[in-house]
Design a binder for this molecule. Structure first.
Ligand SMILES: [Zn+2]
Length: 361
């Protein structure tokens, strides 16, 4: 009897303790959305900001119908249905400060280039002090995977912001990147995208000059999965940041909902293709948080309280279905890079000694 109990306990231990990883994915997909707060991720829409005065909301009734619910759990499910109905059930969500589970941006700057660099290269770099078009001196996880057997030539990125090509240092890393905008002069040819996407993009009203609307990034990304079947790929979205800076809480929420909708379409597509079905892992995170309501939520940065706290979600092969994580050691943004590698059975520490270890997934 005791022997059976012991064996049962041993089995439970092997399947549930983070660090004991049985399965390794063949493919890994990283998706980010710029500056989506941990507050919306875990609490859903915030009442204080669903107004004309604080949130610049045009149609408050319409916004309430879409995203207001009685409880926090219902509100986050209404805002991010794929994250909370699929990723939280079959995978893990980390970074809920309300439950003592924290991920910190360690670069201290809490804006984009330092954040993208931190999660792509595994460590903060005090030399990165702006969003300028400068090649990142640090090796990123996709660049390193691209040098590994089985991955070489199967690594790529489709992103919404032209600066990400510089964060990835495409001139050196040779990662094919599509931004919908001008690439650095020494960039390799971008992934092939159907002509209607740049055509439609050319006729779209620009938000900011260095980004494209998320709709185009989403369509290009899904096309890329269907046609090129990369093994390690990065997709970046950004309207969450742009609409928040513009003081439009309604459109910020809408952008977050649309990224969740993309994740749902992506996962359905992945599970329909033989190269990906039951062989793929997905990581979803952000570059920084934002300030508090009623005013500072629009911005982020070294001086903005709260904008150094982020979240991450993981799903797929190798990720234990532990759901929303509670308590535990404080984690760091840089752990994302080693997680992307570890999910496909690779140790990014071997490439970059400065890189933080993988999340305990
Ligand atoms: Zn921003």
């Amino acid at each position: 009897m005791y022997r059976i109990l012991f064996l049962v306990a041993l089995f439970l231990c092997m399947t549930c303790v983070p660090g004991t990883r049985a399965a390794v994915a063949r493919n890994v997909i990283l998706v980010t959305t710029d500056g989506l707060r941990w507050e919306e991720m875990f609490r859903g829409a915030e009442a204080t900001l669903m107004t004309k005065t604080n949130g610049g909301v045009k149609d408050t009734n319409g916004l309430n119908t879409r995203f207001w619910r009685e409880t926090e759990i219902q509100r986050r499910e209404a805002l991010l249905p794929f994250v909370w109905s699929v990723m939280a059930k079959q995978g893990q969500i980390i970074g809920n400060k309300d439950k003592g589970n924290r991920i910190k941006v360690t670069n201290g700057r809490n804006f984009s280039f330092p954040g993208y660099s931190e999660f792509l290269t595994g460590a903060e770099d005090p030399r990165i002090i702006s969003n300028a078009y400068l090649p990142n001196p640090n090796t990123n996880v996709f660049e390193w995977l691209n040098t590994q057997p089985g991955f070489h030539g199967r690594v790529s990125a489709i992103v919404n912001w032209d600066v990400i090509a510089w964060v990835l240092n495409v001139g050196r890393s040779r990662i094919p990147v599509w931004t919908g905008l001008r690439l650095p002069e020494n960039a390799p040819p971008p992934p092939s995208i159907p002509a209607w996407i740049p055509d439609a993009l050319a006729g779209a009203t620009p938000l900011w000059k260095d980004v494209i609307p998320d709709t185009f990034t989403a369509e290009a990304a899904l096309h890329h999965i269907r046609e090129a079947r990369p093994r390690a790929v990065y997709f970046a979205f950004g309207e969450t940041d742009e609409w928040a800076h513009d003081g439009r809480y309604d459109l910020y929420l809408s952008a977050a909902y649309n990224v969740d909708r993309f994740l749902s379409r992506l996962w359905t597509l992945v599970q329909s293709l033989p190269e990906y079905r039951d062989q793929t892992a997905l990581v979803f995170t952000t570059d920084h948080g934002r300030g508090l309501s009623p005013e500072k939520w629009k911005n982020h940065g070294a001086e903005t309280e709260e904008s150094g706290w982020i979240w991450a979600a993981m799903l797929g092969v190798g990720v234990k279905p532990l759901g929303e994580r509670v308590g535990g050691e404080e984690m760091m943004q840089g752990q994302t890079a080693a997680t992307v590698a570890a999910l496909v059975g690779m140790d990014f520490k071997a490439a970059s000694s400065r890189a933080a270890p993988a999340f305990p997934y």
